[in-house]
Design a protein around this ligand. Sequence first.
Ligand SMILES: Cc1cn([C@H]2C[C@H](O)[C@@H](COP(=O)(O)OP(=O)(O)O[C@H]3O[C@@H](C)C(=O)[C@@H](O)[C@H]3O)O2)c(=O)[nH]c1=O
Length: 185
Amino acid sequence: MLTVTSTAIEAVKIITPRAFADSRGSFVETYNRQRFVDHGVALEFVQDNQSISAAVGTVRGLHFQSAPFAQDKLVRVAKGRILDVAVDLRRSSPTYGQWVAEELSAEDGKQLLIPIGFAHGFCTLEPDTVVAYKVTNYYSPPHDLGIAWNDPDLAVRWPVTADQAVLSDKDLELPPFASLPNYFE
Ligand SMILES: Cc1cn([C@H]2C[C@H](O)[C@@H](COP(=O)(O)OP(=O)(O)O[C@H]3O[C@@H](C)C(=O)[C@@H](O)[C@H]3O)O2)c(=O)[nH]c1=O
């Protein structure tokens, strides 16, 4: 069983698979292709990724890959908790430049489905947080792009300030939203 609901941006979905608890702990099908298809999500995932972030306040993002390596992403937390963020980069979308944020944790088992045409990023809310996500296209460094996490035009409400955020050198150098060419219709 699976519940699928839309966020404030319709194309970004919250997916919650059913978890079975017993005296040992719990069991969950984190992905079942047929169940997703039954809920209208027919995607071909080709790569599974996992990142571990040591410090609370680690921010990874905002990232996306351009065509022909654009990726849908199905994000979940295997350990810890994050604020997961998706930014609409689809030029013809009524919500172009808008973002949604959803808290995901290992405990609640919630997943965020972020389609092609969005930038993705997250901030960790617990130490040693493990984020696991499936993607529908292979990693391609020349197509691996991003936008500054704290871009003032996007104004994502992150749970950390620039002083607190822990970022990669690469993410500190990402360009502003306003400079972005037209990547997605
Ligand atoms: C994303 C990625 C990275 N790598 C390598 C490149 C580099 O040496 C190392 C770390 O890469 P990054 O610094 O880009 O990792 P990270 O900052 O965690 O990048 C990820 O952020 C989240 C928010 C996403 O949405 C992902 O698509 C991805 O962009 O891992 C791969 O081999 N395959 C991959 O698919």
